[in-house]
Ligand binder design. Structure first.
Ligand SMILES: Cc1cc2nc3c(=O)[nH]c(=O)nc-3n(C[C@H](O)[C@H](O)[C@H](O)COP(=O)(O)OP(=O)(O)OC[C@H]3O[C@@H](n4cnc5c(N)ncnc54)[C@H](O)[C@@H]3O)c2cc1C
Length: 442
């Protein structure tokens, strides 16, 4: 196996020049902690509204999940729609899907507004079924989503131009894909151009709410501000001001093939090149990139603890991804892999996005659960408005957690492994039924 394990990503290189570290005491109106897509989006909005903004980032802007994800702009939320229908009132569900839909529009608009070249295509995403059980579930999910006002429809695999073995699924009517590495470089440039005072390689070590303001301590200096936004995603639990049990960090990985010829992709039936996520308990994602490679990932997720270690995908995960790719795309058996990388997501105990108050002057965003590329940006923008004194937007209200406590999450390595095992067992059973010729094609 000659695959290169990347600590950066396969998407784009680091920024050409790094912003300074904070080596003094500074004052500002609002300090944003964490420069992912969420933190940058918040900082830009605050600056546009006339605030003096400082953004402190532990590495370089976009280094976290925002620059290393699969690049799907999706109107999905992580939690299972059927379960949500069972647990939530219809109007609550509708408001969640309205929020997710508007997040897609916001992210698409940000690409236009900031003129970011990032291979953006508006294809929609297919939640694709690889077993008959998943296909039946896809029909039910399509119903729940349409009842909840989400733009989504059931599609047949062949008609939707999905690869052989993908039977059909739910096509999201909005969204698409980007190169997230290029996107964060563009958003970083927009953040700097907006007048935000950016300090890179400047981790916040501690955040104190003094009642009349906030002090953020970093290794070389400090920031005093009226308010702070905590936009640190999976690292949030490292800061003592963060709400207890806010989320469990989980490490997810992506594998990238060498470029594949268009003829070969057509041959395996992937004529639409539609980006897909599977309907497994722990999803798989499969997409063609603008450079003709296929990025394939997730499937096996590993829980972590704060403070998070610096890490790369484990051998066990890489081996599983390669095996999974072979099972999903038998027609691409000769294709080789060029790189693999991963990143931390944060999983909330409810599997729902959340935002709220860590203390009087500190607001937080936890819009991740592996689906936050567009949502983190939108939440950052809405939190910025709110921090500036505006009433909460209806879409912020849809995910508002206020200062309530979080229940401890159930996500742990044994639970994640059980999910992976259940998915593989279902795959095997389906293959067995298929071989004995009793598959049902409905
Ligand atoms: C492999 C992978 C694939 C994914 N695929 C998708 C996808 O296709 N579509 C989708 O919607 N979502 C996807 N996600 C999730 C999505 O990337 C995240 O939900 C989203 O990017 C979160 O944005 P954020 O700004 O909240 O966090 P991040 O981008 O993680 O940014 C947080 C930033 O805070 C910084 N930081 C942390 N602690 C401190 C501190 N103490 N002081 C200063 N800075 C700090 C970090 O360095 C980081 O840059 C994926 C995630 C991963 C890892």
């Amino acid at each position: 196996m000659n695959t290169t394990i990347l600590h950066e990503t396969g998407w784009a290189g680091p920024p050409a020049a790094v912003e300074p570290r904070l080596l003094e005491e500074v004052r500002c109106d609002v300090v944003v902690i964490g420069g992912g897509a969420g933190g940058m989006s918040a900082a830009i909005r605050l600056a546009e509204n006339g605030a003096d903004v400082v953004l402190v980032e532990a590495r370089t802007l976009g280094w976290g999940a925002s620059g290393r994800n699969a690049g799907y702009i999706t109107n999905s939320i992580a939690a299972d729609p059927e379960m949500l229908k069972y647990l939530l009132k219809p109007d609550r569900l509708q408001s969640l899907y309205r929020y997710a839909h508007n997040a897609v529009l916001f992210a698409e608009d940000a690409i236009e507004r900031h003129g970011i070249e990032c291979g953006h295509v508006k294809t929609g995403i297919v939640m694709a079924a690889v077993t008959n059980g998943q296909l039946r579930r896809a029909r039910r999910i399509a119903d729940v989503l349409s009842e909840s006002g989400a733009h989504a429809e059931f599609v047949d695999g062949r008609e939707a131009g999905l690869p052989d073995g993908f039977l059909g699924g739910v096509r999201e009517g909005v969204g698409g894909t980007v190169n997230p590495g290029e996107f964060v470089l563009g958003l970083r440039a927009a953040t700097i151009a907006a007048g935000v005072r950016v300090y890179e390689y400047t981790p916040a070590r501690d955040v104190h709410d003094t009642g009349d303001g906030v002090t953020v301590l970093t290794p070389g200096g400090s920031v005093h501000a009226d308010r702070a936004l905590l936009m640190t995603n999976a690292d949030t639990g490292s800061l003592s001001i963060a709400p207890k049990n806010i989320a469990t960090p989980a490490y997810t990985s992506l594998l990238e093939t060498e470029p594949i010829t268009p003829e070969l992709l057509d041959e395996i039936g992937w004529t639409s090149r539609a980006p897909m996520v599977s309907l497994h308990m722990i999803i798989e994602n499969h997409r063609v990139t603008p450079r003709g490679t296929v990025v394939f990932g997730t499937r096996r997720v590993e829980a972590g603890r704060n403070p998070l270690p610096d890490r790369a995908p484990s051998r066990a995960v890489i081996t599983d991804l390669i095996r999974g790719f072979g099972e999903r795309f038998p027609g691409l058996g000769d294709v080789r892999f060029q790189s693999v990388w991963g990143g931390w997501i944060s999983m909330s105990s409810t599997w729902l996005p959340a935002a709220g108050e860590a203390s009087r002057n500190v607001l937080y965003s936890q819009a991740c659960n592996g689906h936050g590329f567009a949502q983190a940006q939108y939440v950052g923008h809405m939190l910025a408005e709110h921090a500036g004194g505006a009433p909460r937007h209806d879409d912020l209200d849809a995910i508002w957690h206020g200062d309530k406590r979080f229940w401890p999450g159930l996500v742990s390595n044994p639970v994640l492994y059980a999910g992976w095992l259940a998915d593989r067992t279902a795959d095997r059973l389906s293959a067995l039924v298929g071989r004995t010729g009793t598959a049902d094609h409905g």
